[in-house]
Design a binder for this molecule. Structure first.
Ligand SMILES: *Cc1c(COP(=O)(O)O)cnc(C)c1O
Length: 416
């Protein structure tokens, strides 16, 4: 139930494992440095056309190896090293590449970070003030752990006021956008980046798109992005991934995908409601997308690791995560993050969410007598001992049996 993960179709798997992996294709369709690219050109052009259609944008680059290099390409195309940039802080749900100090984005550029409020919503007052004071050249909107709809319009007002480029990083929600289950950033931002392996349900890869608004701000912006991806940052594209992106986008443009995207959100809302009914506290008291954050501070600060490990023992994979204004540290955060894209792909619906929520609450309840030692040096040993004990816990074992039975009824790749 990690919200950034999903299960791809057999067609996407086949494309990834196809003979396209054997080829070198530096350059772009029709302008390659190698011969023998007739079919690679067709696949890449198909991926580009489908990306343009899916997002309603005039230009798309489908070559980035993954989300992080895609975002790096945006910096290369819009900024000089040392320029000021602004993004949502990592502990507030933002991504490493939006200016966090240990990432290239915080090393080569001067980052300014905005935050979310205790209620989980982005603090616009702060974002506007920081933009006015620091005049960033590039502003990011988008995150990896944000439970509300992204405020593209509001962030555009801030970016336009200070003349910044605005890039929407929709890695998590691109499938929801294509399926009509989340508003599109296309009318408001200059650039859109996305991974292709999260809600979009494609291969591990990424895309950078330039909007009409982006071309109006800078008619050369899309060419600059292309140059930033290759030769700026990468060599030969991964043609098997490009082909699989074309396949995934083809699937995402089908009417059934709209049902899938809306079901992800319905499932998330059902899961969130049921978790709260079972006594767990959620950041922002719910969700408007595919993910939610359980705030474990009513049990103890820094409790995420215990919930993660108890759920792992119960057969439910989640990740510990910071919550807004986390009283603990990013390595021992006070929450867990849960998402519905993968279980929705397996065909689960609202009745299953009710069951899963009950099981999650039961497993988390078994962690109540454990507490992170105040002494840092003792934490490793304590967590190790906890893992052993929780594996043998009768209630957790019971949940594990239930999870196994449920998964058996919603198999992956039937008949494979
Ligand atoms: C997942 C993610 C990325 C990076 O993706 P990788 O493929 O892991 O490099 C970038 N931005 C956001 C918001 C993400 O959630």
């Amino acid at each position: 139930m990690i919200p950034s993960e999903n299960f791809v179709s057999k067609a996407v798997l086949e494309a990834m494992g196809s003979v396209f992996t054997n080829k070198y294709s530096e350059g772009y369709p029709g302008k390659r440095y190698y011969g023998g690219n007739e079919f690679v050109d067709k696949a890449e052009n198909l991926a580009i056309e489908r990306a343009k259609k899916a997002f309603g944008v005039p230009r798309a680059n489908v070559q980035p190896y993954s989300g992080t290099p895609a975002n790096f390409a945006v910096y290369l195309a819009t900024c000089q090293p040392g320029d000021t940039i602004m993004g949502q802080a990592l502990p507030d749900g933002g991504h490493l590449t939006h200016g966090w100090k240990t990432s290239f984005s915080g090393i080569f550029y001067k980052p300014v970070q905005y935050h979310v409020k205790a209620d989980g919503y982005i603090d616009f007052e702060e974002a506007r003030r920081l933009a006015r004071e620091n005049k960033p050249r590039l502003i990011w909107v988008g995150a990896s752990a944000y439970v509300r709809q992204f405020p593209f319009k509001e962030m555009a007002e801030i970016a336009d006021e200070v003349g910044a480029y605005l890039a929407a990083d929709v890695a998590h929600i691109s499938g929801l956008i294509i399926g009509g289950a989340h508003p599109s950033p296309a009318p408001y931002v200059h650039i859109i980046t996305t991974t292709t392996h999260k809600t979009l349900r494609g291969p591990r890869g990424a895309m950078v798109m330039v909007t009409e608004k982006g071309l109006q701000k800078d008619p050369e912006l899309a060419d600059k992005i292309d140059k930033a991806v290759f030769p700026g940052l990468q060599g030969g594209p991964h043609d098997q991934t490009t082909t699989a992106i074309a396949v995934a986008l083809g699937e995402a443009l089908k009417p059934e995908f709209r049902d899938y995207a809306h079901q992800i959100v319905r499932n998330a809302k059902a899961l969130a409601d049921a978790l709260m009914k079972n006594g767990l506290k959620l950041v922002s008291n719910g969700t408007e997308n595919h993910l939610m954050l359980v705030d474990l501070t009513p049990i103890a600060k820094g409790h995420g690791v215990f919930a993660q490990e108890a759920l792992e023992a119960a057969g439910i994979t989640v990740n510990k995560n910071t919550i807004p204004l986390d009283p603990s540290s990013p390595f021992y955060p006070s929450g867990i993050r849960l998402g519905t894209p993968a279980i929705t792909t397996r065909g689960m619906k609202e009745p299953e969410m009710e069951k899963i929520a009950k099981w999650i609450a039961e497993a988390v309840n078994e962690t109540k007598n454990y507490k992170l030692p105040a002494e840092k040096a003792e934490i490793g040993e304590y967590v190790k001992k906890f893992k052993e004990e929780i594996k043998g816990n009768a209630a957790v074992k019971n949940v594990r049996e239930n999870v196994r039975e449920l998964c058996g009824r919603f198999p992956l790749y039937k008949g494979m």
